[in-house]
Design a protein around this ligand. Structure first.
Ligand SMILES: Nc1ncnc2c1ncn2[C@@H]1O[C@H](COP(=O)(O)OP(=O)(O)O)[C@@H](O)[C@H]1O
Ligand SMILES: [Mg+2]
Length: 492
């Protein structure tokens, strides 16, 4: 494709050096091959222009930047654009959009529940046709991990080009759907700006990531933009229990379905029973009632199941297929994951906001007979306003708390813990401070008695702990299994 054709729809401020034929689009200089266009994105930590020489040495035929290189104009085509990320996204759509044309794009956004809902939707759609899934747990097609893209596979939402490349792969393998977790950061960074979503799902909204978006309002508007881009042919699926729904629905120009426990939701449960083995519920839908069973734990997951059912209905998937897929789908690693169900139960979860913690603990309170013993902390270098709120919620809902470290990153673990305990009510004493996460988990397991539930929250599936700039091997479920195997409670 010619450079100018690829630039269609991009705000170009300056263009010199002709209109070469472009082979590929790269934002990572290490992946540049001859004939590629290199978009030098200036990021938070690094400026793509620092890698210009390498990109040129590797044969870049064109360079797109927001600022003129200090070292002088490159000896190839050079384009200055108003917004490098917007340009990257648009150029990716121009270059790869038609290859991905036949694939229906489904975006899941919200503060919590994205991974679970996206995974469920993909599991349902996979019964009909090959389905791509991109999110926190990687990029998979039919449950098989596809070529991880360097630098982006770790992000909840990969870069725009990676998403289009993935969509093109999904299309080339006969796929019909692609389900994506769209984090608000990804939306704000224009990673999904040109993804032609035909369905957007809203899960929840609460104050996380304020470090990145600075204000609740900016954070909310980032989420909203995905829905504002849906046209009259498209659909939205909205959690009507969340107060933010009232601000999203008036903005919609597309069809929509609502779900939730609230009366008036299009999709709502009539009779729900929860246990440590899972749940069963009768769910009312516009197409009739469905008797649903699932191994997922807790009320919060019933919401996620309803979100996925709503999406499936929009996509005209037969209800029997939906029910069968939901019954078979196991929780993703670290999302209300039952790691042990013996005399006492152990659940590992990713909740790392006050809202998610509240949902988690209230859900588990409902299914466990004994004490709820919680192990948790809060990440460093991230929104610090949530720490006392997390402390408050934990003190209210759990019977005993171990306050420990999450990923302290560059912050002092003791100071983070102090910010959490500052949220406790005066005189609160049902907690222990143990900054060593392994010791905290072991102590919680030592304390557990018959019928109790130990909840380890915050890190979910993660396999490392970031302390300072050291990245240590660490996995909550792994620590639990070690403890269990030492006591002969599980095969090592
Ligand atoms: N619908 C929901 N509402 C509130 N909290 C939820 C919901 N679904 C899951 N959670 C909590 O949030 C955590 C993260 O869930 P996940 O599906 O990974 O969401 P995300 O991808 O948005 O981070 C879960 O471990 C659970 O504690
Ligand atoms: Mg996620």
């Amino acid at each position: 494709m010619k450079l100018l054709q690829m630039l269609q729809g991009v705000r170009v401020l300056e263009h010199v050096g002709g209109n070469p034929e472009i082979h590929g689009l790269r934002y990572d200089s290490r992946r540049v091959t001859p004939g590629d266009c290199f978009v030098a994105v200036h990021g938070f930590k690094r400026d793509g222009l620092d890698f210009l020489d390498q990109a040129l040495a590797d044969g870049a035929a064109a360079v797109v930047t927001e600022h003129a290189p200090r070292t002088g104009l490159p000896p190839v085509a050079w384009v200055r654009v108003a917004d490098d990320r917007a340009a990257l996204s648009r150029m990716a759509a121009n270059l790869l959009g038609s290859e991905a044309g036949g694939v229906r794009m489904i975006g899941v956004t919200g503060t919590n529940g994205k991974t679970t809902v996206a995974g469920l939707i993909a599991a349902i759609l996979s019964r009909i046709a090959p389905t791509g899934l991109a999110g926190t747990l990687g990029m998979t097609l039919h449950g098989v991990e596809v070529t991880p893209f360097p630098n982006s596979s770790r992000l909840t939402t990969p870069e725009s080009v990676d998403l289009f490349e993935f969509a093109a792969q999904v299309a080339s393998r006969g796929g019909r759907y692609m389900v994506m977790e769209a984090s608000s950061a990804a939306i704000a960074l224009k990673r999904v700006a040109d993804i032609p979503f035909s369905l957007g799902v809203f899960t929840t909204f609460s104050g996380d990531h304020l470090d990145f978006h600075h204000s609740m309002d900016a954070y909310f508007r980032a989420k909203l933009s995905l829905f504002q881009n849906l046209g009259p042919e498209d659909w939205a699926v909205i959690n009507i229990d969340d107060p933010a729904a009232g601000r999203i629905v008036p903005e919609l120009q597309c069809h929509y379905l609502t779900y939730g426990f609230s009366s008036g939701a299009d999709i709502t449960p009539r009779d729900a029973r929860f246990s440590l083995r899972g749940m069963r519920a009768v769910i009312r839908t516009p197409l009739g009632e469905a008797q649903v069973e699932s191994p997922l734990l807790g009320r919060v997951n019933l919401l996620n199941i309803m979100a996925a059912m709503a999406a499936a209905l929009v996509l005209k998937i037969p209800l029997e297929e939906v029910i069968a897929a939901v019954a078979a789908w196991q929780p993703p690693r670290g999302r209300l994951e039952p790691v042990h169900r013996g005399e006492f139960a152990v659940v590992v979860d990713f909740a790392h906001t006050d809202r998610a913690l509240h949902q988690l603990l209230s859900s588990l309170r409902e299914v466990s007979n004994g004490k709820l013993i919680l192990v948790f902390g809060a990440g460093g270098d991230r929104d610090s306003t949530k720490r006392p709120r997390m402390g408050q919620v934990a003190a209210e809902w759990a019977d005993f708390l171990f306050v420990t470290s999450d990923n302290p990153r560059s912050e002092d673990p003791g100071a983070i813990a102090a910010a959490i305990t500052a949220g406790f009510p005066p005189g609160f004493s049902r907690f222990k401070l143990e900054l060593d996460r392994r010791k905290a988990i072991n102590a919680a397991l030592d304390m557990a008695g018959s019928g109790d539930t130990v909840v380890i929250a915050g890190k979910g599936h993660e396999t490392s702990q970031i302390i300072g700039d050291r990245v240590l091997d660490f996995n909550d479920a792994g620590v639990v299994r070690e403890w269990l195997s030492q006591r002969g409670l599980v095969e090592a």
